[in-house]
Design a protein around this ligand. Structure first.
Ligand SMILES: Cc1cc2nc3c(=O)[nH]c(=O)nc-3n(C[C@H](O)[C@H](O)[C@H](O)COP(=O)(O)OP(=O)(O)OC[C@H]3O[C@@H](n4cnc5c(N)ncnc54)[C@H](O)[C@@H]3O)c2cc1C
Length: 263
């Protein structure tokens, strides 16, 4: 039997551990968290992702936990639709639900090692599935592979209301982005990103929300509705603005949330 270490028990690490043949591989999943995260976001499961979920047998449960996207819209900063596309097969699912279902699909033969990995584990091949701040990536490619700070603040949250009528999609303004998408159980997931003087550490969430409200006020009805409903107990922020990706936007660094596919 071949030993194989997976560093990171997130979406990729758990999906891989659930998929590998337990008759061929003795898999160890290293995960720094002992408990699944409680913070929700809505992840769009496109057909490719659904095929992978099907292979590990969790697609029906993901479908049951999630909600249908129906369609996606790309808008300008005022909400005018630039492009609209049907997305009938796309499911929005909470990260918490997705991780719970993938975790349950991992065979009992997989060894779970909890605690942060600080150097590459032995023996056998190592799969780096440890996300944006990957220690595996840095071990192989050095410090140049470290995530770089971006001046962009990112706020996200879920409100207990459906997506505002004709308000869903992504709003692209100059130097700023706002997104509104269906979340599981008929709720709405929203996110906002723009360059701010806050952070990178010690960001006050109330201050960040107030700043966001002021910045987006009156731009589009959908955004106004969402930000009115956002309350301190029901939203959070990823305040560090850490972003490893440099997009070609006039030389600026913009945070595009890694490999996200949501519109
Ligand atoms: C707000 C937001 C919205 C997004 N929306 C979408 C979407 O709609 N559709 C989509 O496809 N993608 C989306 N993405 C991107 C998606 O979340 C990532 O592509 C996905 O999470 C990557 O999965 P992963 O398993 O590689 O990494 P992660 O999900 O980041 O998992 C990494 C795991 O490794 C663990 N870990 C890290 N370092 C160590 C260490 N040193 N030792 C042990 N464990 C460690 C972490 O605790 C974590 O559990 C979104 C991302 C964000 C932030």
């Amino acid at each position: 039997m071949d030993a194989l270490s997976v560093v990171g028990g997130g979406i990729a690490g758990l999906a891989l551990a659930a998929h590998l043949d337990p008759g061929r591989f003795q898999v160890t999943v290293h995960e720094q968290r002992e408990e699944p995260p409680s913070v929700e976001t809505s992840l769009a499961m496109w057909p490719e992702a659904q095929r992978a979920l099907q292979k590990v047998g969790v697609l029906p449960a993901v479908r049951a936990a999630g909600s249908e996207f129906g369609g996606v819209a790309l808008r300008d900063g005022s909400g005018n639709v630039l492009l609209r596309a049907g997305a009938p097969d796309v499911i929005g699912v909470s990260r918490v639900d997705l991780l719970r279902l993938l975790d349950a699909a991992v065979p009992a033969s997989v060894i779970r090692a909890y605690g942060p990995v600080t150097s590459l584990p032995d023996p056998g091949p190592v799969v780096g599935a440890d996300g944006v701040h990957s220690i595996v990536r840095r071990s192989v490619w050095g410090e140049r592979a470290r995530a770089r700070l971006s001046p962009y603040l990112a706020l996200r949250g879920i409100i207990d209301e459906p997506v505002p009528l004709d308000g869903g999609g992504e709003y692209w303004g100059r130097g700023q982005l706002f997104g509104i998408a269906p979340a599981s159980r008929g709720r709405t997931y929203w996110y906002a990103s723009y360059r701010s003087g806050l952070g990178p550490g010690g960001i006050d969430v109330d201050e960040a929300l107030a700043l966001t409200r002021a910045r987006f006020a009156g731009r589009a009805d959908g955004i106004d509705q969402v930000l009115t409903a956002a309350t301190p107990g029901r939203r959070w922020r990823n305040g560090s603005g850490r972003c490893p990706i440099r997009a070609a936007t006039g030389g600026e660094t913009r945070c595009w949330w890694g490999t996200r596919h949501t519109a």
